[in-house]
Design a protein. Sequence first.
Lengths: 155, 347, 373
Amino acid sequence: MSANGTNGISPALRRRRIVVRACLVALYFAVGAWVLLNGREHTLLLDNKALADGSAPAFRRVKVYVDRHDPIELYARDRDMIKVRGQGHKIRIETNEGAERLEASFRLAFGEDMFLVSVPAMAKGDDGFCEVFKTADEAPRAEPSADEATPEPTF
Amino acid sequence: MRKIKEFAADFGWPRIIIFLFLVSLFIVAPFVGVSISRSLSDTLNRFGQNAILVLALVPMVQSGCGLNFGLPVGIIAGLLGSTIAMQLGLTGWLGFIGAVAICVPFGLLLGWLYGQLLNKVKGEEMTIAMYVGFSIVTFFSILWLLLPYSNPAMIWGYGGAGLRTTITLDNYWSKILNDFLAVRIGSGFVFPTGMILFFALCAFFVYLFFRTKTGTAMTAVGSNPDFARAGGVSSDKMRTVSVMLSTVLGGVGILVYQQSFGFIQLYQAPLYMAFPAVAALLIGGASVNKASMINVVVGTLLFQGILTMTPSVINSILQTDMSEVIRIVLSNGMILYALTRKTKVSK
Amino acid sequence: MTKRFDFKRFVADNVVVVIFLVLTAIATPISGLSANYIIQDIITRIGRNSFLVFSLILPVMAGMGLNFGMVLGAMAGEIGLIFAVDWGISGVWGLGFASLVGLPIAVALGWLCGSILNRAKGREMATGYIIGFFMDGVYQFAVLYLMGSLIPMRSLAITLSRGYGIRNTLNLDSVRQSLDNLAMVKVFGFNVPVATYLVVGALCVFIVWFRKTKLGQDMRAIGQDQGVSNASGIPVEKTRIIAIVVSTVLAMVGQIIFLQNMGNMATYNAHRQTGFFAVAAILVGGASVTKATIPNVFVGVVLLHLMYIVMPRAGAELFGSAQIGEYFRDAFSYGAIALALVLHAWRKRRGVEIDRAGLRRNTVSPDAKGGQA
């Protein structure tokens, strides 16, 4: 029960204390970033529609596996939603119809909430099968310049 | 210069800031379209409405029982007074005086019990008082539902059992003190003479009481219990008297509040009523163990002034309703300041 | 010290517990609720509430009474959850993220609270209570006016339509019961949220361990006698602040656990009753202002919540009005707090008087000091 307070501390001990504290702060931010990246929830819209350019038709029936989630069954022109965490994901499909590719990995941009995953595009081998999807009420928020230019709307 | 500094230290910086804040609100008011005369009138009205509740805290502070967070005990006595007077069908002056007359014995009884309790827990009065207040309010919430009141103006229309949450005093004694000898100046300003007079009367009685032998003995018990005991004063008895006085004043205070407000508020309404009163007293310059009539008047005026002015003025400046936040931070900040100050001085 | 069981003495020492036991024993059959329903509800509520109640133990150890300032921690937890929802961090990750965001806030608030309490020695409880009120105003200012204007908010779903401020009710769908459902196990037909219980268990271990550390010993010494502790070189003020900081941080985590179970959050009211519930629970469990143990927490949570479950129904059955039941339970909870505080203050005074008598005669056994350890 001695040597309390910060007065009687040797320089070596003080240095060590600073190092330890700096490490703790660094650890805090590291863990924070880890949780932030891994816990970030994104919504995937799984879309089974023919591509606009007609290069790939919709599947009549397809089973979609995203990561380890339960499979989702899609019929032609179906769209379903799945919530995933983190940025790196795997998608796999099972179907009786022909497909050039059955499995693919993709990454999501951290800052975006919603993505549209086109199953036919994925099956065709397109790498841009996953694109950002914006809902109507979110669109103006995405352009900060517009926010600055116009005053806050008062509803 | 030095004198000003001393005065500031003595009066306390928070109070000076609050005072300046209020003054600046009044200065700004005309520029944002807030009528000064109406504001002054509102302030005076709210002053009269709340001042006796603040006054009720003084005896217990003086006798060393601390801030009476158990003010709801007195308020309950007042509620009993007004509800019973209404039940008896008393209206007008008879109603108000009847309510006071009924409230006083209840206040004395509850105050005596409450005082006995506080004497057993010296040194821990404030937290316990708070919870005694909460307990009695919730306990009486049950009674308001169960007691056999039957005046149709008071009970729930449909079930027929239990009192309403708010009872209007419109045909009874609403505004009876406010309107007594009220002076109307200009369009917006009304001086509620009767209510202010009534407060002055109560304050004068309390002032006189502290000049009597009992009153000085009470102050002695509060400021120096050992010395008082050596002088043959029973500290327990003095404390009990102070609690009874405080409780009765609390009852009368809520009656004045009700007649000005126009409604009797029952159930959970009195739960937190002690806190604004305590804040007002402290803003007026009282400490945890010393309070005077000046503190009551100054504090209530300042506090109610700010409560009246912030919604209108701040809202017209900022376009948002910040008054609630200001009220919470201001009143509780003031209580905190007082609670943390005494130790520093006594150390 | 004899260990002979003295029934009268036991009742006198645990009068609050006994009153609650009797009350619930009467009210439970009247309520007509099935045993299964009650047990399931109690299991859920232990998981939901006990962490919050645990946050009170350390300040009691340090002699600072019941930390009503714990609501500051609850507010920190709520701010963490707001950010977790806003940034779309979901599941247990979201809870972890909320705790991480809440941590520095809770530490800062706890430090502030501890410093204020150091200036209000002898009336920590009343002061802590007012600090809670005061900070409620500050919280309201931050959440209602700063968030969305000064503090950037991403989600339109949680901000008010005027552009800034958080909505009155925050939907916690993304983290709802994520901890509870992490490992929900059926035991004898009851759903037991094992993960939540493990977290609470870990906290118990932490508290047991903490008591044995140097810091824990210091706290207990301060709780016994500040003057002596100071003389023996314990940094009293600093240790008291640490006790409050730890308590605030625990309350922060506790509030997050509480809210993830509830599934949505009343942004401006969720913390108002937190202190009251936690304090009532620990006192009903037989704790006093100077002594609180782990069993106190569990007994208290079970008893208090048993009453909260059965009272409205009992009131409805007995008086035909659930409202009466609700007033009853509130009255008894407030009454329990008041009674426990009164008993403690009264015993302390009796203890002082017996001490005085002991000084005169030196023959009083320490046992006669009325259940103070």
